[in-house]
Design a protein around this ligand. Structure first.
Ligand SMILES: Cc1cc2nc3c(=O)[nH]c(=O)nc-3n(C[C@H](O)[C@H](O)[C@H](O)COP(=O)(O)OP(=O)(O)OC[C@H]3O[C@@H](n4cnc5c(N)ncnc54)[C@H](O)[C@@H]3O)c2cc1C
Length: 185
């Protein structure tokens, strides 16, 4: 919604703490949404290649229905009711209080700007829009510190453990840390 380099703290670099970033972000101008393009140019493929051949085979292990239409449906169902209890329920990932829009946002089926504009019209929308700001906050951290995607952002002397069983337990939501496990499941 706000490009990574658009907001800088006094002294330069990236914002390292969320709340000051959120204050600047809230006061920043959001760009208008783009209209639907009239025409899309085909990607420049070598002759003999078909775009569909380049895509990975589609799987749906998550049970989530993909695409813009499904994302928009989910968004309007969310705005129509569950958003009311978001402020109190959002920190309980095992419950039904969050939007479950993460995949649509992450994969670009829904524009975060459009989602935020729609939510900000809603009486209970502020706390949800604040969470969307976390995406931009983390993106400006990653833009300044690409290494933070694979290494600790603040080095506290932690060491990496290569443990396949622990990795699988984490992936299956069986690591033994309730918040982490609930979020993964
Ligand atoms: C204590 C706690 C810590 C979290 N830490 C992270 C984190 O480090 N990185 C992360 O990506 N998600 C984090 N989350 C958010 C979590 O990933 C989502 O709440 C979860 O995936 C459910 O998705 P949702 O679409 O239902 O989320 P919702 O709560 O409905 O949020 C809507 C969207 O806002 C964005 N969002 C919400 N919270 C965060 C956040 N904290 N950071 C970044 N984007 C966010 C996501 O795109 C999400 O889809 C955290 C949540 C909690 C409760």
């Amino acid at each position: 919604m706000v490009p990574p380099s658009a907001l800088e703290p006094t002294g330069g670099g990236e914002y390292k703490i969320f709340t000051p970033y959120y204050r600047r972000w809230s006061a920043a101008d959001w760009r208008p949404t783009e209209p639907v393009p009239k025409q899309l140019a085909d990607p420049d493929l070598e002759s003999g290649h078909n775009l569909l051949d380049l895509l990975p085979p589609s799987t749906n292990e998550s049970g989530i229905v993909g695409g813009e239409t499904a994302g928009r449906r989910r968004l309007s169902a969310w705005l129509d009711g569950p958003l009311d209890s978001y402020e109190d329920g959002r920190d309980t990932p095992a419950g039904e209080h969050t939007s479950r829009l993460f995949a649509y946002l992450h994969l670009g089926c829904l524009s975060p700007l459009e989602v935020a504009l729609a939510a900000s019209e809603h009486p209970a929308g502020d706390s949800f829009v604040r969470q969307l700001c976390w995406r931009d906050f983390l993106l400006q951290v990653l833009a300044a510190r690409p290494d933070a995607s694979t290494a600790p952002y603040r080095d506290r002397g932690d060491t990496w453990v290569d443990d396949l069983d622990a990795l699988q337990a984490w992936q299956n939501g069986q690591r033994g840390f309730p918040l982490v496990d609930a979020g993964m499941r």
